[in-house]
Design a protein around this ligand. Structure first.
Ligand code: NAP
Ligand code: MG
Length: 498
């Protein structure tokens, strides 16, 4: 019998200790071959739950169900307003269960409960936003130049069966980011959550039937990337694969998708710059820069992991960011005072620690004092600010995915030179610019090669704004109306009238 954190609700602990199967074709089913995922509380380094492991053969079953639901049955015939009502019902169910869903997210990721709750609420709102789109996916009338009389128009049709593979940093909201456009457009999905965090998606799946999602439309198959995930990416009857995770896995997804040339969208990592000009409002910029990297222990694709600060204010600024980091209380996500949780696993902790060590060996230095690690077996890494880095170091080049920011000074160069330094990365996901100078803000925004730029803020998470990467940060956009293009095909129809 596992001992859970004292403040965990009875409902959440009953869920964690319950049995967890695969959700395929509207039913909870055993995997074809026995296998178990061991889910941990990363703040304690101990097992909290066991989940059935789906493999390639289970993915095949789920794809058959998703195909059937797409081609026949109630989903095929459902009107946009019907899909919208299901999405609104699911949003209400998520809101009603927000506390339990957030506790589950905290238990499997280690993040502070308040952040988990914010993430759950935003997931519900995302469904509401896309519910509005379900009825707005029409095509347009097209005037033709060909001789004769014509009526020509376009239709936007669902792309079909979609495979979706997600990471562990935001288990519930990542799942909703993926399924919301599926429901809005009339596609069907097989979702594979991350091996470390299958619980959020499974708890979500338990709400599908009550919300009115017909069997087979949304299937959830937890499993390992190399087996279940790879099968989904390669599956000949999957029309599109949507992936969020590392650039390295993104490359294998693309390779696997070649077989049937399925559509691919990728939401990959980043090495996002935070640029502080000397006229910035420092009262906002210091905590802004600290949160840009330390939120979710730096396990955020848009994390501001390269901090460019004007030489005039550099020393004070980076010292202040280090103090903010050291002040953020590390601890179990269910302790109310915790601001920074652990990393997801022993493996990620080892990876981040070795990247810090490599940076120090190459000449980087730690700014200020780092906070002591909480007692116990949790996978904590203290917030770190590194200085004395240069563009060739691995800490500057590679995504660390931990609470580690590299501070880099700049002088009185022009805007082009600052942008060039910020763009010196293979990634291009997010950026933030801190200044009161309107012209500098616009000119820098225009020159930054990334999918998202924020001024006097970092990584705005509104559902209305498209989100995605330039360069090796990905293909395509999520959120906003843009994601709907990736879940629909455009058909043109021309009718000769005369
Ligand atoms: P990952 O390998 O990219 O995992 C993301 C998802 O892809 C997981 O569901 C994973 O399954 C699955 N996957 C792995 N190999 C696959 C394959 N060959 N085909 C299909 N799916 C596959 O990331 P990770 O190993 O958890 O973390 C490693 C690094 O990736 C991190 O340090 C970080 O730099 C980066 N990362 C970035 C993001 C982001 O949001 N940009 C998120 C997570 C990680 P498993 O659960 O079995 O691995
Ligand atoms: Mg992996």
């Amino acid at each position: 019998m596992v001992e859970y954190h004292a403040s965990l609700s009875a409902e959440a602990s009953a869920f964690l200790s319950g049995e967890h199967r695969l959700y395929i074709d509207g039913c909870w089913v055993e995997p074809m071959k026995e296998g178990v995922l061991h889910v941990q509380d990363p703040a304690k380094g101990s097992e909290i739950s066991r989940v059935a492991e789906g493999r390639a053969a289970d993915i095949d079953r789920a794809v058959i169900a998703a195909r059937r639901a797409f081609e026949n049955g109630p989903w095929h015939a459902m009107k946009p307003s019907g899909r919208a009502s299901i999405m609104l019902a699911l949003a209400d169910l998520i809101d009603r269960q927000a506390q339990v869903l957030a506790e589950i997210e905290t238990m499997e990721t280690g993040k502070p409960l308040a952040f988990a709750l914010g993430s759950v609420r935003s997931a519900a709102n995302m469904l509401r936003y896309y519910a509005g789109w379900a009825s707005n996916l029409g095509g347009r009338e097209v005037p033709l130049s060909s001789a004769g009389e014509w009526h020509a128009y376009t239709r936007r049709e669902p792309v079909g069966v979609v495979g979706q593979v997600i990471p562990w940093n935001f288990p519930l909201s990542m799942a909703v980011w993926k399924i919301a456009p599926v429901l809005a457009t009339g596609c069907t999905s097989v979702l594979k959550p991350a091996e470390q965090t299958p619980l959020g998606a499974l708890r979500l799946a338990a709400l599908f039937e009550e919300a009115g999602v017909p069997a087979g439309v949304l299937n959830v198959v937890p499993g390992y990337g190399g087996d279940a995930g790879a099968r989904l990416a390669a599956h000949p009857d999957v029309d599109k694969i949507a992936f969020t995770g590392s650039a390295e896995t993104g490359r294998s997804i693309v390779q696997a998708a070649l077989g049937n040339l399925k559509r691919v969208t990728l939401e990959l990592g980043g090495k996002s710059p935070v640029i502080v000009l000397p006229d910035a409002d420092m009262e906002r910029a210091v905590p802004g820069a600290a949160n840009a990297i330390f939120f979710n222990s730096g396990q955020v694709c848009a994390a501001g992991s390269r901090l460019f600060v004007h030489r005039k204010v550099f020393d004070n600024f980076v010292a202040d960011v280090a103090v903010q980091g050291a002040k953020m209380k590390m601890g179990h996500g269910l302790d109310e005072s915790s601001r920074v949780g652990p990393l997801i696993s022993a493996r990620q902790r080892a990876r981040v620690q070795s990247m810090i060590e490599q940076g120090l060996a190459e000449g980087a230095t730690i700014v200020g004092e780092t906070a002591p690690i909480p007692d116990g077996k949790g996978y904590f890494v203290a917030p770190h600010v590194l200085a004395d880095t240069n563009p060739d170091m691995s800490v500057i080049r590679d995504e660390i995915f931990g609470p580690v920011v590299c501070a880099i000074p700049f002088g009185d160069e022009d805007i082009d030179a600052i942008a060039k330094a910020a763009n010196h990365t293979s990634y291009g996901l997010a950026a933030s610019i801190w200044t009161q100078n309107l012209s500098a803000a616009h000119r820098l925004s225009n020159r930054i090669r990334s999918g998202n730029v924020a001024v006097n803020s970092h990584a705005i998470a509104d559902v209305e704004l498209p989100f995605g990467g330039y360069k090796e940060s990905g293909w395509g956009r999520e959120r906003g109306s843009e994601v709907l293009n990736h879940y629909t095909e455009t058909k043109s129809v021309a009718i000769r009238l005369d």
